[in-house]
Design a protein around this ligand. Structure first.
Ligand code: H2U
Ligand code: ZN
Length: 345
């Protein structure tokens, strides 16, 4: 690359077709390594938690005394299976019916065991549940969005380790955009885009974690300071297709990546993460999904400490996302802390 990456420049996100303004000359004070005192860990059981085993949920129903992963239908679903009526055809005030289901997935009965604190075997059961839910819901809906919204800073109401699954009859915006971009790339280059990204980045300066099957990078085009992209190093379109050993290696890299995140600022690192996978339905039956690569995005809001966050406001809302800290520097910071030993262990 011939442009000077130490000067202001823009980087292109090939998955979304959007640009990010990078301003390395504004990069603040140097990284000190030191951060705030670790926050106290949550107790293993909280009598006031609506996700702990045996406790009552807001709707009045009680959780079973579950021992592993537990999935239930969201008591306040954003989507339902009943379609709204005809919306008319006003080109300016346009609407369409949307149907779907929303579920909550408790990763552990232990109120304090977020992903990095689970054993690889326990993480494997979370992955199996993500895959099983994808299979079940993919038989009925076009899109299955598996995600985790973590931390009060992300608007998450409860520290009990949990995620969500929303399945919809339509493709939501991000999935639709990534579908179109990946389709174009395959048509032009003959290979799935993200398989090329994984091959290109595997030996490079943006790798946070890597094993035989998986790669976690801060993508070249990351918008959030410590955003990462978790990529398979083999062709795969959906969670359901992962073999036993690919799930085991996924558990390992998930544990290592989230351990680094927590160790960075010695806090239970907030983020929104989620899986993007090929949609379902006749258009996406093989080879109709060949352009897709399964992948996960992690979007953490933190910038400088457990409490100093990045705001996507001002120019970001009205122009385009901007960052001072370069993705390459973010990788150095994530690599400077342990991926093996959690600060609470
Ligand atoms: P957060 O992770 O964003 O806090 O969301 C938790 C979900 O749990 C949220 O979608 C659901 C909320 O609707 N929920 C229940 O289904 N039952 C409850 O008793 C409380 C919360
Ligand atoms: Zn709990």
């Amino acid at each position: 690359m011939s442009i000077d990456l130490a000067r202001p420049h823009r980087r292109f996100n090939p998955l979304t077709g959007s640009w990010v303004q990078v301003s390395p000359q504004r990069m603040g004070r140097p990284w000190q390594g030191e951060v705030s005192e670790p926050d106290p860990p949550p107790p293993p059981y909280d009598p006031a938690c609506y996700l702990c085993p045996g406790n009552a949920r807001v709707g009045g129903e009680a959780n079973p005394a579950y021992e592993g992963v537990h999935v239930f239908d969201n008591d306040f679903p954003a989507l339902t299976e009943e379609a709204a009526g005809d919306m008319g055809h006003d080109p300016l005030l346009r609407a369409e019916a949307s149907t779907g289901v929303c579920r909550v997935i408790c990763f552990s009965p232990d109120h304090g065991k977020s992903l990095p604190l689970l054993t690889p075997e326990q993480l494997r059961r979370v992955i199996d549940t993500w895959a099983d839910q994808t299979a079940e819901l993919g038989a009925r809906f076009a899109a299955v969005q598996v995600f985790e919204n973590k931390g009060a800073m992300m608007g998450c109401s409860n520290p009990h380790p949990h995620g969500q699954i929303w399945a919809t009859a339509h493709l939501p915006r991000e999935t639709a955009t990534e579908d179109a971009r990946q389709r174009e790339y395959l048509a032009e280059h003959g290979r799935p885009m993200l398989l090329d990204v994984a091959a290109r980045e595997a030996a490079g300066e943006r790798v946070v974690e890597i094993n035989a099957d998986w790669l976690a990078i801060v993508p070249f085009w990351a918008a959030w300071p410590f955003e990462t992209l978790l990529l398979p190093r083999f062709a795969v379109q959906r969670l359901t297709q992962l073999t036993g050993s690919q799930r085991a290696s996924l558990a390992a890299i998930l544990k290592a990546l989230t351990t680094r995140y927590d160790n960075l600022f010695r806090t239970s690192f907030p983020y929104s993460m989620g899986w993007h996978q090929a949609p379902f339905g006749p258009d996406f039956e093989q080879p109709g999904a060949d352009h897709w690569q399964l992948h996960a995005h992690f979007y953490p809001p933190l910038l400088r400490s457990a409490s100093v966050r990045k705001f996507m406001v001002g120019y970001e809302m009205l122009g385009e996302p901007q960052r001072d800290l370069t993705p390459e520097r973010a990788v150095e910071m994530l690599r400077s802390v342990s991926g093996l030993v959690h600060y609470r262990a």
